[in-house]
Every structure is written in structure tokens, then in C-alpha cells.
Design a protein around this ligand. Structure first.
Ligand code: GLU
Length: 461
């Protein structure tokens, strides 16, 4: 069975880079009928970060990724780690090191002077004497002294690390007994039965250390997939300055979860030239061995494009629900179908949709001056008055086409071009010269409101 996991360190919110690896892990587990686990890596054991976990769960809920089983907190697994440290000590695969801070600092400066890598010198590796008085010990694992460690990575291929360049007998438990990061990750992944570790390639250099732990404890290695980072347009790691990094900000900005997930799956993975993937297609087509080898570039235009695609294809009933979050309540609006059909073609985000809806539904409180000047000419009063008269005389006005016919009738009767009615009417209805089709706007707001808006403009002029 394929078991994957998402293992965030609690930062208070779910990072979009994190959501990307979570999504890939989720897809791979679900595709294989396996399990997707959630583990909070709160290795700062002084706090069990409930709030951070809640933020992640909230974001998972929003995008619709479910994890299997209960959330695991490393902070509640301390005794398990201690047991495994003890096991290694008992088997002679780890040992107590009594080096003092001063000794460690002295070693570091000597190595720096010799321009060598900072590295523990194994002085307690085979120590059998009496420990120095009053010194606390850290526990170090016996790492290989020479040769290489190869990470068989599903994305990058075989990555060979030269032991002499990257390893030493690293600390697995501090003097207060708390275990260290690479130790607990390896122990947890092994004990939780994780078969496929999909994570950011900023963790690649940790992997040899974790492999040392796996080997020492006799655990079977998982498959590793290190996903290249998301970069900004300057080729640097994505930061808050390049766009929102908190997943829930995307909800606030009016993106749909489908668009965000589609955007993220494409940041790092591709299937030919295809850009739009439904959840079903993602599940069908995703394979971690197709993850791109090079960094992907964050591009808001792409996200906007995907979002407008999804908005256009979202049923109006669902749009109504989504818009509630942005302060728009349309459930009882009898023309909501026309309204949403008109607006969803024009908006990139739900925030833009909400603004456009307000522009239509709320009577303008002011008229854009330039629009007035350009749109309201000498003959405009007569045109609008005629239009209002015909409107009042006509019954059964419902559809945009009904209103369109009246506009046509007025221009024909008056022998004028369409712009002569379109421009002043637009100013009257929307306060400006841009916006959705006027026939739709009138069908949405109805005869009475149309007349009231015309009247308001005529009173002003
Ligand atoms: N806790 C690590 C992080 O948030 C992830 C570790 C892993 O996936 O192995 O960056």
C-alpha cells in the first residue's frame, strides 16, 4: 500500500509551497488507494501547536484535501523517540558524547582556520573511560566514516553524497534528552509506514542523515521524491513579496480551490501541454516520476487565467455560495441567473465578481465626471426621456432581449445611432462608461430601478 504524508513544521498558516507537496502526496496516495497522513513537526517540544494545526486543517478543508487518521504531533511522541535512541545506544550504534561547548567551539575555530568543514571529530566514538565529571552528554549516531550515500530520488535520479563532505556522527538527542529533527523524521516515517516521501528539495541534503538513521534502526527506506522549489520571476525562492504565501489569503483574494490546486499541480508537474486538470484528471494522470526536475516559476497571470476559467464553468448555485464569503447574498434575487451569467464572463476572481455585482445592483451614488462629459451630450436628455416613456408603456419586460428591443425601437424612431442611447444610458445605470451589457443590466435591476436611475441622472443635468 502507498502511504504518503504531509509533515509541516508549524508556522501558523499553510504555505502554498506546502500545499503543493501536500497535494502531490495526496494525489499519489489516493490514486493508489493508499493513505495520506498529516504530521505536525513541532520539534520545539515546549509547545504543542494546536493553532498551527487548526490553520492547516482549515486550509485543507477549504481546498478539499482530506488526510487519513488523526493528526500526529511529534510533541506527543517523545517516549517513542527516546526508546529508539536507547535501542541504538544498546546496540552500540550510537554513543554518548561529553564534549563541552568550549571544546566544540575550539574545534570549530581550528577547522575554520584550516578552511575545513565544521565537523565533529569522533573523539567519543570509541570512548570507554570515565565520563568527565558534571558534564551532560549528547547522543551521537555512528555515521559511516567513508564512502558515499546515494539517494535514489524519483525526481532527480541518483544523487550521490560523499560521506566526507556532508556527514559526521551527528547528534540524535540533546543533553536534555530531546531528539533532533532528522532523527524524528526518519523514525516517524518508518513507524508510520510511509512508503513514498514527497517533499521540497530544500530537504534533499537532510536525506543522507535520515538514511543513516533508517539503516541504523534496520528500517526499510521509503522512495524519495524531492520536488524543486517554486521560484519568483527573478529565479529566487518565492517569498511573501512575490505574492501571498498563506493559502487562506487566496480564499480572501477570491480564488477558487479548484483553480489554486490546478495552478499548484502544474507548478512542478506537467502532462504534455495540458493546463486544466479536474481533480479526477489529476488523480488519473499524476505520477511523481513526472515531477519536473527544475524549479517552476510562480505566475499570477496563470492563476488568474485558471481562476476565470473555473469561475466561468462553476454552476451559478455554487457561485452564489462562494460569493457569500465576499459579502454578496443572491439566494433570493429573482434575476440571479442573468446576473451571474453576465458577470462571470468578466471577472478573474470572486472579489472582482462581487465588485461587478455591486456595480450593477447598487444605484450609482455619483457619476464619473469624464464619463458624463463624454457620454451625456446635448441630445441625450431627449433620448433618455423617450426611452423612459417607451419603457413605461411596455409590459412583460423580463429578458435582456426585451430591453434590447426597446433600445432598438427608440434609435429607429429617432433616426439615431446606437451609441446615442448606449452612452448616456450607461452613465445613468452604472455611473460610468464601462461595465456589462446594458440589456442585461436592465433585465437584472428591472423597469422601476432602470427608470429611477435615468431619472436621477436627468435631475442632475
Ligand atoms: N517539517 C518539514 C518542513 O515543514 C518537512 C519535512 C519533510 O517533509 O520531511 O519543511
Amino acid at each position: 500500500m502507498v502511504v504518503t504524508r504531509f509533515a509541516p513544521s508549524p508556522t501558523g498558516y499553510l504555505h502554498i509551497g506546502g500545499l503543493r507537496t501536500a497535494l502531490l502526496s495526496y494525489l499519489w496516495a489516493r490514486k493508489n488507494g493508499g493513505k495520506f497522513l498529516l504530521r505536525i513537526e513541532d520539534t520545539d517540544f515546549s509547545r504543542n501547536d494546536e493553532a498551527a494545526a487548526l490553520a492547516i486543517v482549515e486550509a485543507f478543508k477549504w481546498v478539499g484535501l482530506e488526510h487519513d487518521g488523526a493528526i500526529e504531533y511529534q510533541s506527543s511522541r517523545l517516549s517513542i523517540y527516546q526508546e529508539h535512541v536507547q535501542k541504538l545506544l544498546d546496540e552500540g550504534k550510537a554513543y554518548k558524547c561529553y564534549m563541552s561547548r568550549e571544546e566544540l567551539d575550539a574545534l570549530r575555530s581550528e577547522q575554520m582556520e584550516r578552511k575545513e568543514r565544521a565537523k565533529y571529530d569522533n573523539r567519543y566514538r570509541d570512548f570507554t573511560g570515565t565520563p568527565p565529571e558534571g558534564r551532560d552528554a549528547v547522543i551521537r549516531i555512528k555515521a559511516p566514516l567513508e564512502g558515499s550515500i546515494t539517494v535514489h530520488d524519483g525526481v532527480k535520479g541518483d544523487v550521490v553524497f560523499n560521506v566526507a563532505d556532508i556527514l559526521d556522527d551527528f547528534v540524535i538527542a540533546r543533553s536534555d534528552g530531546t531528539p533532533t529533527y532528522n532523527f524524528v523524521v526518519a523514525v516517524d516515517d518508518a513507524l508510520m509506514g510511509v512508503t513514498d516521501v514527497i517533499r521540497g528539495d530544500d530537504h534533499l541534503s537532510n536525506t543522507p542523515k535520515q538514511i543513516v538513521v533508517y539503516n541504523a534502526l534496520g528500517f526499510t527506506l521509503p522512495k524519495f521524491f524531492h520536488v524543486p522549489m517554486i521560484h519568483n520571476s527573478e529565479g529566487k525562492k518565492l517569498s511573501k513579496r512575490d505574492g501571498a504565501t498563506d493559502v487562506m489569503m487566496y480564499k480572501t483574494m477570491g480564488y477558487t480551490p479548484q483553480a489554486l490546486l490546478n495552478f499548484l499541480v502544474r507548478l512542478g508537474w506537467s502532462h504534455g501541454d495540458q493546463e486544466v486538470f479536474s481533480r479526477t484528471e489529476m488523480l488519473e494522470l499524476f505520477d511523481p516520476s513526472d515531477i519536473n526536475r527544475s524549479a517552476s516559476v510562480y505566475n499570477t497571470d496563470k492563476l488568474d487565467w485558471l481562476n476565470s476559467h473555473y469561475l466561468k464553468n462553476t454552476p451559478n448555485s455554487v457561485l452564489c455560495e462562494l460569493l457569500e464569503f465576499h459579502g454578496i447574498t443572491l439566494v433570493s434575487h429573482d434575476k440571479r441567473e442573468i446576473l451571474l451569467d453576465t458577470i462571470k464572463e468578466r471577472a478573474k476572481t470572486l472579489v472582482e465578481m462581487a465588485a461587478l455585482i455591486n456595480e450593477v445592483l447598487v444605484r450609482p451614488i455619483a457619476f464619473d465626471e469624464a464619463a458624463l462629459k463624454k457620454g451625456f451630450k446635448e441630445d441625450s436628455r431627449a433620448v433618455l426621456e423617450n426611452f423612459a416613456t417607451v419603457l413605461k408603456e411596455t409590459s412583460e419586460l423580463h429578458l435582456p432581449s426585451d430591453y434590447h428591443h426597446i433600445m432598438e425601437k427608440v434609435v429607429t424612431d429617432m433616426g439615431i445611432g446606437f451609441g446615442k442611447i448606449g452612452q448616456p444610458l450607461r452613465v445613468a445605470l452604472l455611473g460610468k462608461l464601462s461595465g456589462p451589457g446594458l440589456d442585461s443590466v436592465m433585465a437584472i435591476i428591472g423597469v422601476e430601478e432602470t427608470l429611477a436611475r435615468i431619472d436621477a441622472l436627468l435631475k442632475l443635468k
